[in-house]
Design a protein around this ligand. Structure first.
Ligand SMILES: CC(C)(COP(=O)(O)OP(=O)(O)OC[C@H]1O[C@@H](n2cnc3c(N)ncnc32)[C@H](O)[C@@H]1OP(=O)(O)O)[C@@H](O)C(=O)NCCC(=O)NCCS
Length: 137
């Protein structure tokens, strides 16, 4: 919630987003969920859902106080390595519009607009990145 709010969304928007930001134990048991941290503090986390050769990046959040310091890049690299290890060839992400330039900086490319589940009518960019073939590295 703090990471999402860091873009400046108002209370009404945050209330609409809240259900889609909740993760329960069932989800964590069923998917890989990784937390990035320094020696003392949790700085960010993400989840990855893999089906066949496709990975979906979910819940990619860096705490406001840790943003702009390379944590997002480190988590992205980790996610790509996990996607590769789990057999994915493509990683997709439905992005917050403010985060699109970050994903593009990481090498992902815009594919299409998608509709937000939280705010019907709101368009969210969907991006993809190729996951390197481990046999060709
Ligand atoms: C988007 C987010 C994950 C980026 O994480 P971060 O730790 O701040 O990013 P980093 O410091 O690792 O930045 C890596 C590179 O991306 C660039 N970058 C990061 N955020 C950017 C942005 N909003 N616009 C343009 N470039 C951005 C950085 O300048 C840096 O570039 P460099 O290669 O020149 O150094 C983080 O800001 C965040 O959690 N935001 C709020 C939650 C959110 O929207 N998450 C995404 C949900 S889809």
């Amino acid at each position: 919630m703090r990471a999402k709010a860091s873009w400046g969304y108002d209370k009404e928007d945050m209330a609409a987003f809240a259900p889609s930001l909740l993760v329960n134990g069932e989800y964590v048991a069923a998917n890989e969920v990784w937390v990035g941290h320094d020696s003392t503090e949790r700085q960010g986390w993400y989840a990855i859902e893999v089906t066949d050769d496709r990975a979906e990046l979910e819940y990619f959040w860096v705490a406001p106080e840790a943003q702009g310091k390379g944590v997002g890049r480190a988590l992205w690299r980790h996610a790509m390595a996990r996607a590769q290890a789990l057999g994915a060839r493509v990683m997709g992400v439905q992005a917050d519009p403010f985060a699109q330039p970050f994903y593009e900086r990481m090498g992902a490319t815009f594919q299409r607009d998608t509709e937000s589940d939280a705010l019907p009518g709101r368009k969210l960019p969907y991006l993809e990145a190729a996951v390197p073939d481990p046999d060709q590295e």
